[in-house]
Structure formats: structure tokens, C-alpha cells
Write a protein that binds this ligand. Structure first.
Ligand code: TYM
Length: 330
């Protein structure tokens, strides 16, 4: 079976971007592949050094993934810092990563611009730690949203560089989505991608109650509608259609597509429909997640068994890595 890996940072509440970009694929992939999914708590330290909320965020991410349909019996669901082998592989890969390429990484440049006061070395080597996450299980498919594409390319480069220098240990990992395109869900205000920390009114969190979901959708950015038949959709309108395709029936989507193309669309009606369908979609997830989050014993069991599975796979890889590098002295 091909190996699949993906991670989520525990830096806040999970949102629809995380769900549609990544988690939805996890749920489908668990039926077909050998899957490793984890909470990237080390990665969160690059931007969130304050760890007061960390524990509750980690537990929530685990609970929300299970609520979305991940089955801990079928996959390894674990926390990154429980698998020390990742840190060891990160060290080897750091010697193969060039500071120039790390400095050119888009996410690094964005983070420097946003927070020039905390440009730590961990932020610079973020893609190297990600590569270690992936390669430690010799994963080949990495289900992620569009924003992670460059990181996966870098992981592929580091893997090739390692193989070239020390011999073939790693297969080449690729970003994955069931449809050929990687997903990017935009923020409801039409400014950039939906994200954990940006405008909270424009982000639909999996934990939002029904009224917040309705309010946020009704406030989503629209305009006065097209004036020419079959015109191209502005990206914030396209985004509403994308969300609608994900939660509404085909009939409903077609009806609004036709209205758009015929210049008779009423965005108020569209948003009302989308809000109701979204509430129907999201409320069972929220309720299930809340119940799981309260069951600390169950969560502890899952994290322990996930870590055990992940360590078994990781230690095998590291034994090969040490051998390939020539660091076996006994
Ligand atoms: P993170 O925690 O920012 O996001 C988790 C997943 O959600 C996807 N995503 C989105 N997809 C579509 N539209 C959006 N608006 C949107 N926002 C987030 C992300 O692409 C991601 O798949 N660096 C990673 C975590 C990580 C990782 C890894 C991922 C650490 N090691 C190894 C894969 C493999 C991150 O910060 O994701």
C-alpha cells in the first residue's frame, strides 16, 4: 500500500479551508492507503511560542479530525512531538538544505513581512521539518491545500538530494488531491485565503454555532451581480460557488449557476441557501467533536496508540538513514 501523510498545526480553531483543502481527503484516503495524520505541535512553536493554549488546541485538532470521519483504528493519528525520530531526520536534512532556497520560500517571506520581530531559525527551516515529517514514513502522497504546494516540492528536492548523496532511501513525495487541482478556500471577505488567525468574521470555524455560520455567510462579500451573460466570476463569487458545490445538492448549484449566467442572480437568496446547507453540513461535525473533546481518556488512548504506530514506522526509516549516512559504529 502507498503511504500517505499529512499534518495540521494546532495554532487555533480549524476552519472550512482545512476541511475542504485537507481533512476531507484524509477521510477518503484512509480506506485505500497506509495513512499517517498528525498534529504539528513543533511547527506551531515557530510562530506561537506561547504554549498556554497548546494542549487544548492539540486535543481539539484530534477530536475534530475524528468528528470529520477519521477512524483511529484505520490510521495512525498522533502528535508530532511524540515521535522523536522526526527531529533526528530533521537534523540530517538540515545539512542538505541551503539557506538561499529556504529564504526564498513564499511562506517564509510572508511570515517575515508579517512579524519581522521574530524571524527565528525554526521559521527558516520550517520546510525542512515538514520534509522530515513526510520522509520519516517514506510517504508518497501528501494531501494538502494549495498553500502547502511549495513545501512539498521542497521535500521532494531534499529527498532527491539525500538519495543522490547517500543512496536510495526515500521515494519522491507529491502533493495530492482527488481532483487534479489543489484546493484554496478564500476568506469570506474576499481577501486572501481562509486561515486560522485572520479575520474571524470571514472564517467559518468547525466549532462555530449555527447562528454564527448564518451570520458569517450572510456577510460574505458579493457585488451587484453580472451585467453580461456568461461573464467570468470574480474570485469571491467563485468561492461562494465552490462552498456551495461542497455542501449543496447539484440541483441547487445548477439553479444558481444558471441565474448567474443569465444575470438574474440574487446573492441574498444564494447566501441564504448556502447558509442553511452549511449549517446542515457543519452542525453534526461540531456536536461530535464537542463530545469527543470531553472524553480525555479516549483521546489519550488514541494519541498513545497513534504515536506507537508512527514510531514503529519512523524508527525503521531512521535505521536505514543512519546506515546510509554511515553513522553506525557498533
Ligand atoms: P495548516 O495547519 O496551516 O493547514 C492544515 C491543512 O489545511 C490546508 N488549508 C487550506 N486548504 C484550502 N484552503 C485554505 N484556505 C486552507 N487553509 C489551510 C493546508 O494546506 C493544510 O493541508 N505546514 C502545514 C502542516 C504540516 C504538514 C506537514 C502538512 C506540517 N508538516 C507535513 C503536510 C505534510 C500547515 O501549516 O498546515
Amino acid at each position: 500500500k502507498e503511504v500517505v501523510l499529512s499534518g495540521i498545526r494546532p495554532t487555533g480553531f480549524l476552519h472550512l479551508g482545512n476541511y475542504f483543502g485537507a481533512m476531507r481527503n484524509f477521510v477518503r484516503m484512509q480506506e485505500e492507503f497506509e495513512c499517517y495524520f498528525f498534529v504539528a505541535d513543533w511547527h506551531s512553536l515557530t510562530t506561537h511560542p506561547d504554549t498556554k493554549e497548546l494542549r487544548s488546541s492539540v486535543l481539539r485538532v484530534i477530536a475534530e479530525n475524528i468528528a470529520c470521519g477519521l477512524d483511529p483504528e484505520k490510521v495512525a493519528l498522533y502528535v508530532q512531538s511524540d515521535v522523536r525520530e522526526i527531529a533526528e531526520l530533521y537534523l540530517y536534512l538540515n545539512m542538505l538544505a541551503y539557506t538561499g532556497e529556504l529564504e526564498r520560500t513564499t511562506t517564509f517571506k510572508d511570515k517575515v513581512r508579517l512579524n519581522p520581530g521574530n524571524v527565528n531559525a525554526g521559521l527558516l527551516t520550517y520546510p525542512v521539518l515538514m520534509a522530515a515529517d513526510i520522509l520519516v514514513h517514506r510517504a508518497v502522497k501528501v494531501p494538502v491545500g494549495k498553500d502547502q504546494e511549495q513545501h512539498i516540492e521542497m521535500a521532494r528536492n531534499f529527498a532527491e538530494r539525500f538519495n543522490h548523496r547517500y543512496g536510495d532511501v526515500f521515494p519522491a513525495p507529491h502533493a495530492f488531491n482527488y481532483s487534479t487541482k489543489l484546493v484554496k478556500i478564500m476568506s469570506l471577505d474576499g481577501v486572501g485565503k481562509m486561515s486560522k488567525s485572520e479575520n474571524q468574521m470571514a472564517t467559518l470555524y468547525l466549532a462555530d454555532d449555527d447562528d454564527s455560520i448564518r451570520k458569517k455567510i450572510m456577510k460574505a462579500k458579493t457585488d451587484s451581480g453580472p451585467t453580461e451573460h456568461n461573464s467570468e466570476k470574480p474570485d469571491y463569487i467563485e468561492n461562494l460557488f465552490t462552498l456551495m458545490k461542497l455542501v449543496s445538492t447539484d440541483d441547487v448549484v445548477q439553479q444558481f449557476e444558471a441565474a448567474f449566467n443569465g444575470c438574474s442572480i440574487r446573492y441574498g437568496d444564494m447566501k441564504k441557501q448556502l447558509a442553511e446547507d452549511m449549517v446542515k453540513f457543519m452542525s453534526p461535525i461540531r456536536e461530535k467533536a464537542a463530545a469527543i473533546q470531553n472524553d480525555k481518556e479516549y483521546l489519550a488512548k488514541i494519541m498513545a496508540s497513534g504515536a506507537e504506530k508512527a514510531r514503529a514506522s519512523a524508527s525503521k526509516t531512521l535505521a536505514e538513514v543512519r546506515k546510509a549516512v554511515g553513522m553506525q559504529y557498533l
